[in-house]
Design a binder for this molecule. Structure first.
Ligand code: OOG
Ligand code: NI
Length: 447
């Protein structure tokens, strides 16, 4: 990727983000060889899909996404305390990533609530679409008061961001960015937060008690930091990639999470392979104890159109078991019925000469192209399915407690952004640009 450092010599946030994402990917590939194999598989499938479907290549070019697919990843981490969430939010913010949406996983039996840190502007997403699904453990959902206090005490002792990263973070915040040299040091130092640690910080006996409470609690509390637990490449054909994963012995979960296969993809479809069993050393006694832990896994995703609130209501009704999926499998219908968000762009070389025609006429004429806006977020039901399959398919019901957005945002130190507002804003921005191009009065192209 090429970039212009500003006049002040500071790296743009997108460049810092791209470097961090690349460094994280290299580290995870070294830690989990299956991840490297999965990247190669997805790259092959994407190349073949584009070769077989020139219209898809055109659509990706039109939406500005062609160049981002190969470097596109999302990762996930699980944090233990409010202070950890606030600190991680600061580090992501320096890289131009903001917390979008609140996800309540408690009702699905996972004692966390989450957000996704990601870039929010179209140019930022195009430059480096890296995002991190970030969960915060809800200690209050541990029944046993003794264990709850013990876990809080263990978490209170750890420092997940090292001194070097913290001091560069403070410098970056004060100066609104880092220069080339500082950025290199920051990326290297911050990477340590996400590294896998073979050495647990607690005894095997304590680990066993945490595990009995919930696998996820053991995963968060037992280690010095929030190891990255997966890094997901984006495929253009998840059915093909899933079949190939199975054929190559990755052992993917049986079902693909999210909407069914469609001619016009919507939202997000995902599948994962089960967590690896890894050796762990527990301290205590003369030489400690050896054990194993399963947490890290692999996942792939395919992204489709972002739905409007009405579209999403229909999807949510379907995923909750309410009959057929009442969404037309046709881009133009989704647009006309305002079920998905679109980006409008002039294709006409001399737009101003088309002044007298309406937006719909110009679309019908091909002078304006409407492309679905890609869904950049996550789906709580799918996320719960991914969590469950990688926590060993533990069969359990939901917690009685429901989400607690206010507490999450207090820990975060800011409100989470509303995804619908962001997509509506992207659509509105494209319409404003269209009005300028065609010389229409401001606001006349509102849909
Ligand atoms: C996160 C699981 C959710 C997704 O893509 O929906 C997720 C986790 O296991 O920590 O990554
Ligand atoms: Ni994921």
């Amino acid at each position: 990727m090429t970039y212009q450092s500003g006049m002040n010599g500071l790296l743009p946030p997108a460049e810092l983000r791209a470097r961090f994402a690349a460094a994280l990917s290299d580290m995870y590939r070294a830690e989990v060889p299956q991840y490297g194999a999965l990247l190669a598989l997805v790259k092959d499938v994407n190349r073949e899909t584009i070769a077989a479907d020139p219209a898809l290549a055109d659509a990706l070019l039109a939406s500005g996404e062609f160049g981002r697919i190969d470097q596109e990843r999302h990762g996930a981490i699980r944090l233990g305390t409010a202070a950890e969430l606030a600190a991680v939010a600061r580090a992501f913010r320096l890289m131009g990533m903001r917390p979008v949406s609140y996800y309540d996983l408690a009702t699905a039996g996972v004692p966390v609530h989450s957000t996704a840190f990601r870039p929010v502007e179209a140019e930022e997403l195009a430059a480096s679409p890296f995002r991190v699904f970030t969960s915060l453990l809800r200690l209050e959902l541990i029944d046993d008061a003794g264990l709850r206090a013990e876990a809080a005490e263990i978490l209170g002792r750890r420092q997940i961001i090292n001194e070097e990263a913290l001091s560069l973070l403070a410098e970056g915040e004060a100066a609104s960015g880092l220069d080339e040299r500082e950025a290199g040091r920051f990326v290297t130092a911050l990477l340590e937060t996400f590294r896998w640690h073979q050495r647990a910080t607690i005894t095997e006996e304590c680990y066993a008690r945490l595990l009995a409470s919930h696998r996820l609690t053991a995963d968060v509390v037992s280690f010095p930091g929030p190891h990255i637990n997966h890094l997901t490449p984006r495929t253009l054909d998840i059915d093909a990639a899933h079949a190939r994963m199975a054929a190559l012995g990755f052992g993917p979960k049986d079902e693909i999470e999210g909407p069914p296969a469609r001619a016009c993809p919507i939202l997000l479809r995902q599948t994962s392979f089960r967590a690896l069993s890894e050796k762990v050393h527990f301290p205590g006694g003369a030489s400690g104890a050896q054990g194993s832990h399963t947490a890290r896994f692999g996942e792939i995703e395919q992204r489709g159109a972002a739905l409007t609130r009405e579209g999403r209501i229909r999807y949510d009704r379907w995923i909750a078991g309410g009959g057929d999926l009442d969404l037309p499998d046709d881009g133009e219908e989704l647009r006309r019925q305002r079920l998905a968000f679109f980006r409008y762009q002039p294709s006409d070389a001399r737009p101003r000469e088309r002044r007298g025609e309406s937006l719909e006429e110009l679309i019908a004429d091909g002078a304006v192209i409407a492309t679905p806006i890609t869904y950049e977020d996550f789906l709580p039901v799918s996320a719960a399915g991914i969590f469950r399959s990688n926590l060993g398919d533990e069969a359990r019901g939901g917690y009685a407690a429901t989400g607690s957005r206010a507490e999450f945002e207090q820990a975060l130190g800011e409100p989470t952004l509303d995804e619908f507002t962001l997509y509506a804003g992207a659509q509105a921005d494209s319409l404003r640009a269209l009005e300028r191009a065609f010389g229409w009065p401001e606001g006349s192209a509102a849909t």
